[in-house]
Every structure is written in structure tokens, then in C-alpha cells.
Design a protein around this ligand. Structure first.
Ligand SMILES: [Zn+2]
Length: 347
């Protein structure tokens, strides 16, 4: 009972810190807009006020990330049952994701493809929602939405991947509600087939045919086929980030500048204790195909510190709305900073 009260107090302090940070962010962006004059001409006054207006979407009172809504998405996924690639349950999950994105007002496209796996041919589908920006260049925020195949237990994957799917859906709602176009185009991508069909990640992998990350590898191959690899400037991957005892370490494969921006933002929001400097050795995830293709990428994952990973008790009681809100807030507040960093890098 006391714990609950403490949580509420901590939450109020954190909300106040969030408000402080967002005000600071508005000031920073407005100030940044004033003297910046890349073309050597005087910056028009209108540009400054436009920038100021743009940052208003981050001010409290505008649409904020709602942890309870994210939790509802988690419970809904669990209701569908195990969500293995090619299963009727994953079809239902996919419909749910698409309908939720559309009801937020987002354009959604799906990409269906066939892959051969150690358990036979499978049809898989990646889902992409788009928030158009001023630039056609893209920042991707992503999660896988399949659960791992287990034949010896009922595995519902509340945290893996229920929490990251729920968080991404709620991020979509917040971004869609923003009145201002972002600088970059954002894609929210839900990958099919991240999990290995064999018990271990690499157990059935062959050098040219890994038994994992089917959806993200297909996504990157499509980018390559369409000559669009250069459009994607950064990828943020969410995976197992909803544990009630949230503590995200630094994945050692991730791109450092991107990780630094997110970690700094977490600190500025008062969420520093959840984003720690301990190295997190993930050893590959959906960000890996992007890194291999030369795209900067960050995995936000709590693997070592999540005792219920790939266990029957990866259930709803392990996930908290607050943890999803922490990650959602940090990602949303990091996006303008990532935009700014990428814009400052000349192409
Ligand atoms: Zn997993």
C-alpha cells in the first residue's frame, strides 16, 4: 500500500520534471532557431515563430503518452494468445495493430512475404505507419510483434513483445495528434518473425540464412531493392522495455551518438535511473540488419535484467504502464533532438 503511495509521489515529482524539461526544450529549440543561418542570409522572423509553434506539440496539455492506453494494448495482445508467425492469432494481432494505427489517423501499409524456416514455409507481414515530415528522409521507430514458438508451454509474451508493441501504438497516437509536421518523416514499423523457430537464437542458423529477424532482414532487403537505404537516417528499436522494474543498459552493438541522445534526454526528463550506463550485450536483434546496411540504429532492451524472458510467466503482471510511459516519453522527446543532430550533419 505504501509502495503505491510512494509510486504516486515519485510520479508527481517526475511529471513536474517532465514539464520543466519540456519548457526548457521549447526554449532551446526557439533559441536554436534564431541565430542559425546556414544559407548566409537573415533568418526570416516567420521561421522563428513557426519553430516555436512546432515545439508546442511537446508542451504539456498537448497529447501526451498515456501508459494506461499502452497497457490496454498489451492486455489485448495477451488475449489473442501465443502469436506465432503464420498463426490465426497473429492475423488477429495484425488486424488489431492496423486498426489501432488507422484509428489514430495514420496511413498504414503492409508488406507480405514468404520465407522458409526450420519449420517450413511461412507467410509473414511487416506493418508500416507513416507520419510525413518536411523531409523525405526517414527515422524509424520499431518493434517486432510475433511471439516465440514454444511447444512445451503457453507463452503469451507480455513484455516480449507486448510492451514494445503497446508503446509503439501509443507513440503513434501521440505523433498523429501533433499539429506540426516533423522535420523528418517517421515510420513506425512492426516486424514479423523476429523470434527464432528453433529453441536457441542461432541453433538452426546457417551462414546465409539465420533463423531469426525474418521481418527486419526482409525490410532492409526491400529498402535496398527500392534504392531507399539512403533515406533511412536512424532506427530506434523497442524490445522488452515494459518491465515494472525497468532498467535499460546500453546495448553494445547500438550506434553511440543515437544512444547518447536518448540517454541524455532520459536524464533531462528525470528518468536517468532507468537508463543506466551498464553495458547490455544483446548479441543481435532487429536493429542488426540495419546496422549491417550502414544505418545508425539503437536497441532499447532489458534482456539480462528480465528474469521472465522466454518463460511462461512473461505475463501482464510483469509489465507496468509507468515503464512504458518512461520509454514512450523519452523516445518522443528524443525525436526532435535526433532531427536536429541529423540536420546539423551535412549530407
Ligand atoms: Zn523474444
Amino acid at each position: 500500500m505504501n509502495g503505491t503511495q510512494n509510486n504516486i509521489d515519485v510520479w508527481q515529482v517526475r511529471s513536474a520534471k517532465l514539464a520543466q524539461f519540456l519548457c526548457l526544450l521549447v526554449l532551446t529549440l526557439v533559441v536554436a532557431a534564431c541565430p542559425r543561418n546556414d544559407k548566409g542570409t537573415n533568418a526570416p522572423r516567420a521561421g522563428v515563430s513557426e519553430r516555436a509553434a512546432e515545439t508546442n506539440s511537446l508542451v504539456p496539455g498537448a497529447t501526451a503518452f498515456n501508459g494506461e492506453r499502452a497497457m490496454d494494448h498489451v492486455l489485448k495482445q495477451i488475449e489473442f494468445g501465443p502469436r506465432i508467425p503464420g498463426s490465426a492469432q497473429l492475423v488477429k494481432t495484425r488486424e488489431y495493430i492496423i486498426n489501432t494505427l488507422k484509428s489514430s489517423g495514420l496511413n498504414v501499409r503492409t508488406d507480405e512475404f514468404n520465407v522458409s524456416t526450420p519449420v517450413g514455409e511461412k507467410k509473414m507481414v511487416n506493418i508500416t505507419a507513416e507520419i510525413p515530415g518536411e523531409s523525405k528522409d526517414v527515422i524509424i521507430i520499431s518493434s517486432h510483434y510475433d511471439t516465440k514458438l514454444f511447444t512445451n508451454m503457453q507463452f503469451v509474451g507480455a513484455n516480449d513483445p507486448g510492451s514494445s508493441v503497446g508503446t509503439l501504438l501509443e507513440i503513434g497516437r501521440v505523433l498523429a495528434a501533433s499539429k506540426q509536421k516533423p522535420k523528418f518523416t517517421y515510420w513506425l514499423v512492426f516486424f514479423d518473425g523476429e523470434e527464432a523457430f528453433c529453441e536457441e537464437w542461432d541453433q538452426c542458423s546457417k551462414p546465409d540464412a539465420p533463423d531469426n529477424t525474418y521481418g527486419s532482414r526482409h525490410f532492409v532487403s526491400q529498402l535496398r531493392n527500392n534504392n531507399e537505404l539512403g533515406r533511412v537516417r536512424a532506427l530506434i528499436l523497442l524490445d522488452m522495455m515494459g518491465y515494472k522494474n525497468l532498467e535499460l543498459g546500453r546495448d553494445d552493438m547500438s550506434t553511440r551518438w543515437l544512444q547518447d541522445i536518448v540517454w541524455r534526454t532520459a536524464h533531462d526528463l528525470g528518468y536517468g535511473k532507468y537508463f543506466v550506463d551498464r553495458p547490455e550485450g544483446v548479441g543481435g536483434d532487429d536493429h542488426e540488419p540495419f546496422l549491417r546496411a550502414g544505418i545508425d540504429a539503437l536497441d532499447l532492451i532489458q534482456l539480462a535484467g528480465y528474469p521472465y524472458w522466454h518463460r511462461a510467466d512473461d505475463t501482464a503482471d510483469k509489465v507496468s504502464p509507468q515503464s512504458m510511459k518512461v520509454v514512450g516519453d523519452v523516445v518522443l522527446a528524443s525525436l526532435p533532438r535526433i532531427d536536429q543532430y541529423l540536420q546539423s550533419k551535412s549530407r
